[in-house]
Design a protein around this ligand. Structure first.
Ligand code: MN
Length: 712
């Protein structure tokens, strides 16, 4: 039953390699012993079939050995170290590579996505031989697909059309590509497949005579030109005909080249010579002559194509190529291993492989073909990592990227609103390093105030860092620098230090190691806009300062206590212990709805929210503020207007007396033009309600014209 593969091996591989191949064969056979496939056959028939395909491609003994073993780690008790001990690390790595690829599930069908999946696929396989094994594995699974459920058949067939067949095409292994496509068509469009298989065979039969005629004419031309060569007429594969019919809307009768006639000669010169001879005999159709020898296709394919009108008036395509070109056309990149033995042709092959750089444009950065061959076995994708969005889109990120990089790649706003991340469904720290194939989901919140300064350290991509810095740059205007500086100075003073003593290039260096500041200005601005807290910076500076210059604890302690007595009253959201001043224009009193306003160079001023002076100010300079734990008393300015002879002072002082308020200052004048007396008071009061009460009381006097809190 397995005699065929064993005899092929003994024919094709040298003694020392054969020994390992046979050991792999028996090792895997024993490991899979007793297991069955869906078809009811012994499981081991599958690895043998895969190995047979690979031997047919001329793959090296490591690849074939690995193919025998490709399912043992996943499906049997055999461990990695068992394989390493018996077959060495190279074969183990190939087996592990295939095992890993088995775990990727592809879902999307959009063309561009399929391209991305191919990238993932390729990037997960560090050695391209892994992909070749995987292609052979898939080919055999497709051949035996009829034993599986309808649903799995559909999934496998679509996945194969999206990923595996194009991948085989890219690698130039047209043999596998064509068979995969035809097998898929059987499941994706069974009626069409049935139609084609019946009718193409009929048509080919119908045209047999004509094909024979062309083949014989070509043989005559070869003979007359003294060129040795073989002529074949072979039916084209179904899928290419299917594509022509469905995409160009042609009927089977309208497609002439159901059969491709191919001439294989020995040298390149002979190819061109023969082309000339054929054109002398039959008229070529303009625009249908293609020279893939001078300009090989991306996947290595070389050949001359021409379409001619034969003497009997029928149109026909002819392909002319050398033996080697034919081999490459069938085996693509796999041909590399076939030629490995022969140094000369191997070098020639390496040279031609340079195009692969462009084929696999995603890998980038390789300077020559030798490097490429090396990279086939090495880390091709060391500079990027490909991950999925929850919707299955592929995102390419810099190696070692974190969820922060991912978030900013999706959208700057997603980054700015990011509050957490899930990888493969689990919440993870945003410092987590992402791996190929991870599904990453960003948790955002509308309440998020923006990125944290720490992210500059966490982000790996310069692009991400630029976006984060751009956010802060926008948030920090020049006045943030001044504000931040004064906040630091105030808090330093609070703690009994002189900020100037704390900050020097050495201590700054220390702080910026942790907080990624590049300049003093940046640090001030970051503090000023709240990106980092005062204490985040200050405590580090103090810590450093103390280590350098110990300060007697007692003094620092007293100074601290003393200054906190002055603090309080108004709390600015996001800042601790922050000193503010009250605006003279609207004189807010406890209970008033207030806001903080960052004024240029003067720290934060507290205004009433409805203060008209604030109406046209930049909202970016507003800080949320609230009254907090105030126990002292406040001054409020009021203006009272009466007639020329109204005893305003008496009215107000009476009202204050009855309410227990205190007049701190009085300033009056007569407006003789309007016959009014205008008196400004500063009243010390304890709570907001006092103002209302005072106004009510004063207004009870009928000759009072107006009483209000002036806005200056
Ligand atoms: Mn398998």
């Amino acid at each position: 039953m397995y005699g065929e593969i064993l005899s092929k091996i003994s024919k094709l591989y040298p003694e020392n390699e054969r020994e390992i191949l046979e050991r792999a064969f028996y090792f895997a056979k024993e490991a899979h012993d007793g297991q069955k496939r869906a078809s009811g056959e012994e499981y081991f028939t599958h690895p043998v079939a895969v190995a047979t395909i690979l031997v047919g491609l001329g793959m090296d003994y490591q690849t074939v050995s690995a193919s025998f073993l490709h399912d043992v780690i996943e499906d049997t008790p055999v461990s990695e170290s068992d394989i390493r001990d018996n077959f060495g690390d190279e074969i183990l790595q190939l087996v592990l590579g295939v095992t890993k690829l088995d775990k990727i599930e592809f879902k999307s069908r959009e063309e561009e996505q399929a391209e991305n999946f191919k990238k993932i696929f390729v990037s997960m396989a560090k050695d391209i031989r892994v992909i070749i094994i995987k292609l052979a594995d898939r080919l055999h699974n497709m051949r035996s697909l009829n034993y599986l459920s309808h649903e799995r058949q559909q999934r496998m067939a679509h996945e194969t059309l999206d990923i595996y067949a194009p991948l085989a095409g890219r690698l130039g292994i047209s043999q596998i590509k064509c068979e995969l496509e035809d097998l898929c068509l059987k499941y994706t469009d069974p009626e069409y497949y049935e139609y084609l298989s019946v009718n193409i065979n009929d048509k080919i039969h119908e045209r047999r005579e004509f094909v024979d005629f062309v083949v014989n004419e070509l043989k005559k031309i070869l003979k007359d030109s003294n060129i040795e060569g073989d002529v074949f007429g072979r039916p084209k594969h179904f899928y290419s005909i299917y594509k022509k019919m469905t995409r160009q809307g042609k009927s089977l009768d309208q497609i002439y080249d159901l059969t491709a006639v191919r001439v294989i000669v020995s040298t390149v010169d002979e190819c061109y010579e023969l082309l000339g001879k054929i054109h002398k005999e039959w008229k070529p159709i303009p625009g249908r002559i293609k020279d893939y020898i001078a300009m090989p296709k991306e996947n290595l394919y070389q050949s001359l194509h021409t379409t001619v009108v034969t003497s009997v008036g029928k149109i026909f395509e002819i392909q002319i190529r050398t033996k080697e070109m034919n081999h490459t056309a069938e085996f693509g990149i796999a041909a590399h291993w076939k030629y490995k033995e022969n140094k000369e042709s191997s070098d020639a092959f390496d040279k031609r492989l340079s195009w692969i750089r462009e084929v696999m444009e995603w890998q980038g950065g390789l300077s020559n073909s030798t490097e490429f061959i090396e990279s086939l076995k090495g880390e091709v994708y060391s500079t990027e990592v490909l991950v999925f969005t929850p919707k299955g889109e592929v995102i390419s990120l810099i190696k070692d990227a974190t969820p922060i990089d991912f978030a900013y790649r999706i959208h700057t706003e997603v980054g700015n609103k990011c509050v957490g991340a899930k990888v493969n469904g689990k919440m993870v720290p945003i410092t987590t390093t992402l791996n190929v194939g991870d599904v990453v989901e960003i948790v955002t919140s509308k309440l998020s105030k923006g990125p944290s300064w720490d992210w500059l350290r966490i982000a790996k991509s310069p692009g991400t860092r630029a976006k984060i810095k751009a956010f802060f740059k926008k948030a920090m205007q020049a006045d943030n620098e001044k504000l931040g500086k004064s906040m630091l100075e105030a808090e330093a003073k609070n703690r009994g230090y002189n900020f100037g003593d704390l900050l020097n290039p050495v201590s700054f260096e220390r702080v910026s190691q942790r907080l990624s500041f590049s300049t003093y200005e940046e640090m001030y601005a970051a503090v000023g806009c709240g990106a980092v807290s005062v204490n985040q910076v200050l405590l580090k500076l103090i810590d450093f300062y103390r280590k350098e210059t110990p300060v007697p604890e007692k003094i620092a302690e007293t100074k601290y206590k003393k200054s906190t007595e002055h603090a309080g009253g108004v709390k600015i959201k996001g800042f601790d212990n922050f000193l503010v001043r009250f605006a003279g224009c609207c004189s807010p009193v406890p209970g008033d709805d207030i806001i903080g306003y960052v004024s240029r160079g003067r720290g934060v001023t507290v205004h009433r929210r409805d203060c008209p002076n604030m109406r046209n100010e930049d909202p970016a300079r507003f800080l949320e503020a609230e009254w907090a734990g105030f126990t002292g008393s406040y001054n409020v300015s009021i203006r009272v207007i009466g007639g020329e002879s109204t005893p305003v002072l008496v009215y107000v002082s009476n009202a204050c007396t009855s309410l227990g308020l205190f007049i701190a200052s009085v300033n009056g004048r007569i407006d003789s033009k309007n016959h009014q007396s205008i008196v400004d008071f500063t009243i010390r009061l304890n709570k907001k309600e006092d103002v209302e009460a005072l106004f009510t009381k004063v207004k009870q006097n009928k000759d009072i014209i107006d009483i209000y809190r002036p806005q200056t």
